[in-house]
Design a protein around this ligand. Sequence first.
Ligand SMILES: [Zn+2]
Length: 126
Amino acid sequence: MKKELSLSNHNKSEKLINVYIYEVQFFDSNIINVIEKLRNKYRINVFACGLNQTFEGKPFPFKDKKDHICTLMALSDKVISLDAICNNCGKVATRTYRLGESKDTVVIGGINFYQARCNNCFLEKD
Ligand SMILES: [Zn+2]
């Protein structure tokens, strides 16, 4: 069922300029339609951040697995890729390495489950 985006709770005297979405990879793929509507119908700037790759180095699928984060990136005006410091060697890290045996795409956890890794250390998979 398709729901119409409603901004009815929005105070009409204030112009909504920006919407910020954190961890966008955890939404269903319909978030793409919502973002496009905010941008194109309501002329609202949308800033979305999230992971572009899974712990397996694949494009991150949305929760319903009907699309990937790369579609959202392709529709964006600007994509900024941030990096971290490799937990293994100290070089620039662009990958997320997960400790443990689970093959599930999403496992909630922090430093005890995930490490930033450079591509070389990511591929070594100690
Ligand atoms: Zn490294």
